[in-house]
Design a protein around this ligand. Structure first.
Ligand code: NDP
Length: 474
């Protein structure tokens, strides 16, 4: 509650002046025009991302997680595509029922159970919270109750596994490919609905963007914050639940499968569950902070977020656990400790860096970073309605070391997940390769946007903090 009031005060302090006259259309936020490279990337992803997910999951199902063997089989004529496809499990009524129940249950938790965690967990910020100012000058309110949804879901999961036995805890693994078809149906349905909604009944027309290119708009979204009713926010729902709540359940299902197959859960599987569990729990503990991240503050809702949250995230972020079902790696004590340390140090950097920015922004710089008053660069920007806002870019703490040191911590944690799987196959290393591309691209994307937003003030900031990810190197 106190944090909420503090944030409101800080926003009022920031919101200093309104310009008279006609509203000016500002350029920050996602692109208005599409260059050929962006269009080519969009077309590539639309065509190949679903195939990439299928290829990885099929490789585990039919080739013990080897990414090379299916290619060799195909290129040497040993197998035809039709052979592989014919061996692929189809959509089943059971999977459709499980998936529908799962999504409906998360909708109920999201919409109908207002947050009670913030009433009794000290330091947790939940309940109704405000997002950042959108390019059109709107401040949305969100019902933050993800931690509660995560806790209820997991309590029920363990209650079922150890007491009720309604279904097997291996249910997710056992239906993994049929569930993939369900996730794809939802991912495409929600992205298509978001596109139609953007044209015909947008939540906030002033925050819509049309490039005139169908594929770009479908992929990157038209609406900024599509909603149904007052509280069903597409971005917050689809990213957090079913996407991120599912992450830890999927890993638990993999652990249960190892137990069933080998009579034990390996140290590597425990490490994956613990390290990714910390990351997921951190997300829900800090869900109010998430409202200030790029996903919510800057990205529009299209296929990238809609399909990505339903398919890409649950299927490819959990590859290590899936791999360990097929290859139960037992790590030695030194490797376990080394990987755990790497994961925890990465998490520490990720969390502290994000916390420093959050604290700095919430208190408008009236805080201590590493025991001292933070240093910063004053900057200003304008929203579409012509209102001028003032903000600050911090140059202290980890934000003085590099412009995206939070990404560096995230990458260290990602590497730790992959290392749990040993070095026999490349499949589990997909995650670190993907995260490196994603976060490096995000650096450039964010910096381009910040430059459009802050202009010469951003230049002053990059001169003060010249490196992006690794001080002295990049
Ligand atoms: P940030 O949290 O770094 O947010 C970037 C924004 O912060 C900028 O657009 C700017 O916004 C503001 N900002 C930039 N520099 C400063 C500064 N020096 N002082 C104050 N504010 C500043 O980025 P993300 O939202 O991308 O990432 C959040 C976290 O989520 C990261 O730790 C990242 O690793 C993680 N992440 C994980 C992903 C995954 O798939 N696992 C995917 C993406 C992110 P403004 O306009 O407000 O000034």
């Amino acid at each position: 509650m106190a944090a909420h009031q503090e944030k409101k005060l800080s926003e009022e302090r920031n919101h200093k002046s309104t310009q008279n006259g006609t509203p000016s259309q500002v350029q920050w936020g996602r692109a208005w025009e599409v260059d050929w490279f962006s269009l080519a990337s969009v077309l590539f992803l639309l065509m190949f991302a679903p195939l990439i997910v299928y290829y990885f999951i099929m490789s585990c199902d039919q080739y013990q997680c080897s990414l090379v063997d299916p290619l060799v089989d195909f290129l040497t004529g040993n197998k035809y595509l039709s052979d592989i496809w014919n061996k692929t499990p189809r959509l089943t009524y059971r999977a459709a029922g499980v998936y529908t129940f799962w999504v409906a249950f998360q909708v109920v938790l999201y919409l109908f159970i207002p947050d009670f965690c913030h009433k009794f967990i000290p330091g947790y910020v939940g309940g109704v919270q405000e997002g950042a100012v959108t390019p059109a000058g709107v401040v949305n309110k969100y019902q933050i109750n993800g931690l509660q949804a995560w806790i209820i879901t997991h309590v029920l999961w363990f209650a079922n596994a150890y007491y009720f036995h309604w279904f097997s805890p291996t249910i997710i693994f056992d239906n993994w490919i049929p569930l993939l078809w369900c996730a794809n149906i939802l991912g495409y349905a929600v992205s298509t609905f978001a596109m139609i909604k953007g044209y015909f009944f947008p939540t906030n027309a002033a925050d819509c963007k049309f490039t005139g290119n169908f594929f770009y708009d479908y992929m990157m979204g038209i609406e900024f914050n599509p909603r149904i009713g007052k509280w069903f926010d597409f971005k917050l729902f689809f990213n957090g639940r079913p996407g991120i709540v599912a992450w830890t359940l999927i890993n638990l299902s993999y652990a249960a499968k190892q137990q069933e197959l080998y009579g034990e859960v390996t140290s590597s599987m425990i490490l994956v569950n613990v390290l990714q569990g910390i990351y997921v729990l951190d997300f829900f503990w800090n869900e109010a902070w998430y409202l200030k991240t790029i996903d919510i503050c800057h990205d529009h809702f299209g296929w990238y977020l809609g399909w990505g949250d339903c398919v890409w995230l649950p299927y490819l972020y959990t590859l290590q656990g899936l791999y360990l079902v097929y290859h139960p790696v037992q790590l030695g004590r030194a490797s376990t400790i080394g990987i755990l340390m790497l994961g925890l140090i990465g998490y520490y950097i990720f969390r502290v860096t994000n916390h420093q920015k959050d604290l700095f922004r919430r208190t408008n710089g009236n805080c201590k970073i590493w025991g001292k008053k933070p240093e910063y660069i004053e900057c200003s920007y304008m929203s579409a309605d012509g209102t001028k806002y003032y903000s600050k870019l911090m140059t202290s703490g980890f934000w003085g070391w590099a412009r995206h040191f939070n990404y560096t911590g995230d990458l260290m944690g990602s590497l730790a997940y992959c290392l749990t799987c040993g070095f026999e196959h490349i499949l589990p290393y997909f995650y670190i390769v993907y995260m490196t591309i994603l976060l490096t691209h995000r650096c450039f994307r964010d910096e381009h946007r910040c430059f459009s937003k802050y202009g010469k003030d951003w230049k002053r900031y990059t001169a003060a903090v010249p490196y992006r990810l690794i001080p002295g190197i990049f």
